[in-house]
Design a protein. Structure first.
Length: 131
């Protein structure tokens, strides 16, 4: 009865349908760890198996004296097709004197142009999502 004994091991492991799937990123496939590329650094990214990429980072800005400042940030990795969402916040103790946004016309697969006003030196933290 060697077959029955080994067969029971596979049943008890609980692999179920996953044991019957091929490795890949398509429908009914099981992704392997290569599908989750990342750079877990201060300015980094996380790739997901379906093609979505989440990127993040931060940078410092100087006082703008009431005018609008701009900073171009090169993304850690280029989005293959498009950047779909950008979020940013400015680290401050006085939010009434500071703001941050981004210039959609100058944002693309490889860079984001941020616009800001700040009365003091501050850090801006950002996150971008695309595919």
């Amino acid at each position: 009865m060697p077959f029955a004994r080994y067969f029971c091991i596979f049943i008890n492991v609980g692999l179920g349908e996953a044991a019957k799937r091929n490795v890949g990123t398509g429908e009914n496939q099981v992704p392997d760890m290569n599908s989750f590329g990342n750079s877990l650094t201060a300015n980094g990214y996380q790739k997901l198996p379906g093609g979505m990429i989440i990127q993040w980072g931060s940078f410092s800005v100087s006082p703008t004296g009431g005018s609008v400042g701009t900073v171009d940030i090169t993304l850690p990795v280029a989005f293959p097709a498009a950047c779909r969402s950008v979020n940013a916040l400015i680290s401050t103790n006085d939010p009434s004197a500071r703001s941050v946004g981004f210039d959609i016309g100058s944002t693309n697969r490889t860079k984001i142009r941020f616009t800001y006003t700040s009365a003091t030196t501050n850090s801006i933290y950002w996150m971008a999502v695309g595919y």
